[in-house]
Ligand binder design. Structure first.
Ligand code: NAD
Length: 383
């Protein structure tokens, strides 16, 4: 147990982003932190959209208070997304969240100027085994991939499984999953469990065996690249054009297409152009799991909106899918947060050690400076 003078006060705020239903700590993880000797402050109603009541937090040992009081009392502030509230933080605050520092380095500069220590799960070195309990990208992508499959099944006007009834036999739906990282593999698993016949593609050479291990067929379009640190590198414009043209030639063979392709810190690659949508059968469904503020994998998709093309193809711009399974997603995220608190307080009180590979990935700002090399390079224009 942490000595009382070294205990942290962990504050969790109600998420501000429109439509966000997740919360950064659950009653379960609150109890875990309290048992480890920390104090927890929860903004009133913070867990409401994920069906965690203020009373459950109190029973777990938290104090429930208005936002300003939570900020005032907290050392470590937990969130999912950056929000205007981050501007109210001061040098005694540590903030942890999915802060997307590569997409908004200026926010990190402001955090550094304000003296705030900012930790971002986006930058965790995920292949280091001791980091895996903190891997919020994986926990949230897994929920998102599961939900993408359900959204696709819901929007599709047919069955996913082959069904044999007295009225005859229906063919199973054919599903194509584009992007086979964490979300894509979970989408493959879920569509297969629903009975669809699944094919998948990922540009990373090492993903081909992952796809086969899930029992899906690999779509061979003749374009793969070597992984760089486990991730796909951004393709050159020529490579991307060739890939998009080849994928576009294949999508019309499928009833359902689910896309999850991302390149860290970059806009998602375009994989399904409008010309490919035009060739799909009426009644086909495309779920763009990468649709968001920075674009998507499907031309014309809009995050959080569903549209039907002139000849009857439904395009769902998925937006924030993990938030649509708020209880499971919050539970997983809160466990990642509790693991992070444990990691940074191993010696007793909260301490930053930038010589530690895991901390050097997570810590974006510290001591009034942007310390993460990739974020600094972006700010200095040398990335
Ligand atoms: P991500 O969300 O950044 O990207 C999703 C997928 O899109 C990736 O598989 C990527 O290769 C793919 N992609 C990118 N550009 C593409 C394109 N033009 N066409 C098709 N696909 C494209 O990735 P992620 O899901 O976070 O995972 C990335 C990698 O990290 C995976 O290999 C994953 O297995 C690995 N990973 C390892 C660990 C671990 O070792 N513990 C944990 C998590 C993830």
């Amino acid at each position: 147990m942490t000595a009382p003078d070294q205990a942290l006060t962990v504050g969790v705020l109600r998420e501000q982003a429109r439509g966000e239903r997740r919360v950064g700590l659950t009653p379960d993880s609150t109890a875990r932190l309290v048992a480890a000797g920390h104090r927890v402050q929860v903004e009133q109603g913070a867990g409401q959209s994920a069906w965690f009541s203020d009373d459950e937090y109190r029973q777990a040992g938290a104090t429930v208070a208005p936002c300003a009081a939570v900020l005032d009392a907290s050392d470590l502030v937990v969130c999912l997304h950056p929000s205007a509230i981050l501007h109210a933080l001061s040098p005694r605050h540590v903030v942890v969240g999915l802060l997307q520092p590569l997409l908004d380095p200026q926010l990190m500069l402001r955090m550094a100027d304000a003296g705030v220590t900012a930790l971002s799960f986006d930058m965790l070195p995920r292949t280091v085994s001791r980091a895996q309990s903190m891997d919020a990208l994986t926990s949230q992508a897994s929920v998102a991939g599961y939900k993408a499959a359900l959204v696709a099944a819901d929007a599709y006007g047919g069955f996913f499984p082959m069904l044999t009834t007295a009225a005859g036999t229906t063919k199973p739906a054919t599903v194509l999953v584009l992007g086979a990282g964490v979300a894509g593999l979970q989408a493959i698993a879920t569509t297969k469990r629903l009975g669809a016949v699944v094919t998948a593609f990922d540009v990373r050479d090492s993903a081909q065996s992952d796809i086969r291990s899930m029992g899906a067929a690999v779509l061979d379009v003749g374009v793969t690249v070597q992984s760089e640190g486990g991730y796909a590198r951004q393709l050159t414009p020529q490579e991307q054009d060739a890939l998009t043209a080849r994928v576009a030639d294949e999508v019309h063979r499928f009833d359902v297409v689910i896309t999850t392709a991302q390149v860290p810190g970059r806009p998602p690659p375009l994989l399904v152009p409008g010309s490919a949508l035009d060739r799909m059968r009426p009644g086909s469904v495309v779920v763009d799991g990468a649709a968001g503020d920075f674009g998507g994998n499907v031309e014309g998709s809009t995050a959080g909106a569903s549209t039907v093309t002139a000849h009857g193809v439904t395009v769902v711009g998925a937006g924030n899918l993990a938030s649509e399974v708020p209880r499971a997603a919050s539970t997983a995220y809160a466990r990642n947060v509790a693991a992070l608190v444990g990691y940074f307080t191993q010696g007793g009180g909260f301490a930053v050690d930038l010589d530690d590979e895991v901390q050097a990935g997570l810590v974006i700002t510290y001591g009034g400076r942007v310390v993460h090399p990739a974020v600094r390079a972006l700010l200095e224009g040398t990335a």
